[in-house]
Design a protein around this ligand. Sequence first.
Ligand code: GLU
Length: 451
Amino acid sequence: MTAPVVRFAPSPTGKLHVGNVRTALINWLFAKGQTGGEQGQFILRIDDTDTERSTQPYEDGLKADLTWLGLVWDDTFNQSKRFDQYDAAADKLRGMGLLYACYETADELDRKRKIALSRGRPPVYDRSALNLTDEDKAKLEAEGRKPHWRFKLSGDRVEWNDLVRGPQSIDTSSVSDPVLIREDGSYLYTLPSVVDDIEAKITHVVRGEDHVTNSGAQIEIFKALGGTAPDMAHTPLLVDAEGGAFSKRLGSLSMDTLEARGILPMAILSLLAKLGTSDNIEVRSDLATLAAEFDFSKIGRAPAKFDEKDLLALNAVLVHDLPFEAVRADLERIAPDAANEAFWLAVRENCETVHDAKPFADIAYGTISSVIDDEDADFIAEARNRLPEGELTSESWKAWTTELKEATGRKGKGLFMPLRKALTGQEHGPDMSVIFPLIGREAAERRLSRA
Ligand code: GLU
């Protein structure tokens, strides 16, 4: 196979979230996972034809997010710089009689749809604008109406072999001729996308299955403009853990939010690469491995369930192995006193994200108000006297509490809770065997003494 050229085409009208990152990732993995021969190209196309809603900060943000994830692009361009090319393509289609002016208002179209439905017919645009004479059009324009422009579908079936969905067939007589240009002259996404895909020599269009119907019209536009249509792959959409629509939750699943929560790129990428595929959901340490394992045939037809619990579980696997150097900067920010290697190596097994180290740091190095109830005072005094000799280690907690159990007859909650409350000031908290050596002898002695 010749090297694929794919594109990821976000609109800079919001932040990147796990849904669109998955589309970017699948494109990237396909392009970069080719064995033998040349590597594919991954192009970042910025779909900013909607100049009102597109913003530079969103564009900068999505580029920063893709870079953070390691999804580097070979080339990038903005649709907003290419209106001349879209105008030329529109003229070409007009010249071929495939782009026609329509003057119906939104209300009129709505009425037509309702009438069609009430007669048991599909609400497909009736093409009455094709019957307008030049005089009719001049009259409408004199009344102040401006045209919107529709592409004339062939009425035939459009067929393609989708790399994920298998053989597809869309009967273009059952869909409305799509509007390509609005009344105000602005382009909908349909035509610019095809013009760019032809010019960038895109070999595979890989996107969510919400675009399947668009593909019917777009394949006809590809052909009309003299190109052959690229191969297509439409992936099932992400749904939430309960199988519900996902859009409400997306705000909390933007890349910047996940990064701020301490979620690592490879946890996100591993989950998104494996979700909804026949592979197990397991963490991978680099994109090259995910690319080598990628294949369209592994992607199933059912919606892919995105569960934050899976994300945290994968993140935890990565965090447990992170060396101190990898978290030093984060620790310096979150808990400056705890930015030392011994601390990190002691607590990392207990952390799903680096932020989980914070409660350990507060207890180990912060100022706590020791709690010693009257009925425990003698027991705590005994405990202080029996503190293990020398430096406290990961074995010390077990040794100390075993000795105290034998010496005092206390067990279970009666044994552990007073020690926890005296040493941490709280009834709940991190694993004491981890925290005890971090508190250290000196502070432990202090905390076990009544003020
Ligand atoms: N900007 C379009 C979207 O985000 C691109 C779709 C496509 O990949 O063709 O839906």
